[in-house]
Design a protein around this ligand. Sequence first.
Ligand SMILES: *Cc1c(COP(=O)(O)O)cnc(C)c1O
Length: 347
Amino acid sequence: MIEHLVRKNILALKPYSCARDEFKGRPAHVFLDANESAHNAPYNRYPDPLQEQLKERISAIKGVSAQSIFLGNGSDEAIDLVYRIFCEPGVDNVVAIEPTYGMYGVCADINNVEYRTVPLSAVDYAMSADALLQACDEHTKVIWICTPNNPTGNDMDRRELQRVLTEFNGIVVVDEAYGDFSDMQPVRNYLQHFPRMIVLNTFSKAWASASIRLGMAFASPEIIDFFNKVKYPYNVNLLTQQAATELLKNMDRLERWTNEVKHERAHMMPCLAELSMVKQVYPSAANFLLVKVTDADAIYKYLIERGIVVRNRNRVALCQGGLRITIGTKDENNELLAALRRYGHAF
Ligand SMILES: *Cc1c(COP(=O)(O)O)cnc(C)c1O
């Protein structure tokens, strides 16, 4: 059902066959097939190329069948694979909301795919399904929607999203990297209704594991088969698979941390809004706040000099004067507030 959207060379691709694919399912104890070392140092063996045990755990937590899960070296791997599977370089194009996560555009450039941007509302960063659909032509293969959006922090309106999902005939990628911090229903719950939707989640944000580099894509088994065909054979290393398995044994802790972020976010909003240099604090369903200030470059530099790093979004479309501030611990947030309160004073 999606084959007409897939690049011809990918449809025809004969994927690399891992040594261990060939005997799969039968018991064995002497492994002389993969030119590995016989010495367990202890990482002598290649890892499971499809990460089946880890996917079973994730399946139970996310409510998505294991056949509908792809795991990659961060969500960034899944983003790149979307281009490599669906977009003919120099021919096809993709459409994305603007401003949004930078990697969609970078991967488009790397793959020589035209990247069309559709500005969000300058007032409240809402997206327009009409505007997105109007930007499409017969070569548009993918629409990128990030919700809650980075760097604006807002949830995209669900009716607008649904219109894109029902009216666009190509692939719609919904990036829910920050979904855990939102009160909206996760979009992955509607995978069955939208066979051309790909949902991205990550271990890097609410799951507090950016350094293990593990991203998730949820989609129909048909789409996931193409991801598996095109990915590098052992794209998620054993250390990462083990670390993720350990992490998922303690879901209570992750939920507690997410609630702490939401609580601190609600606390920080009015505290920031009352500062004299702050012009606007945007509502956020993510673990950061977009804050417009009087002089973003100067305040950014001032904070750096005090050892506090925020993200300067001053030169991003529709974000002029914007700083993106991640919610930290209570102490970190208070240190930021104290520094901002002293801004413009001699000491
Ligand atoms: C941080 C972030 C990601 C996560 O990327 P990883 O490669 O999984 O670390 C994905 N999408 C958005 C919008 C993000 O902000």
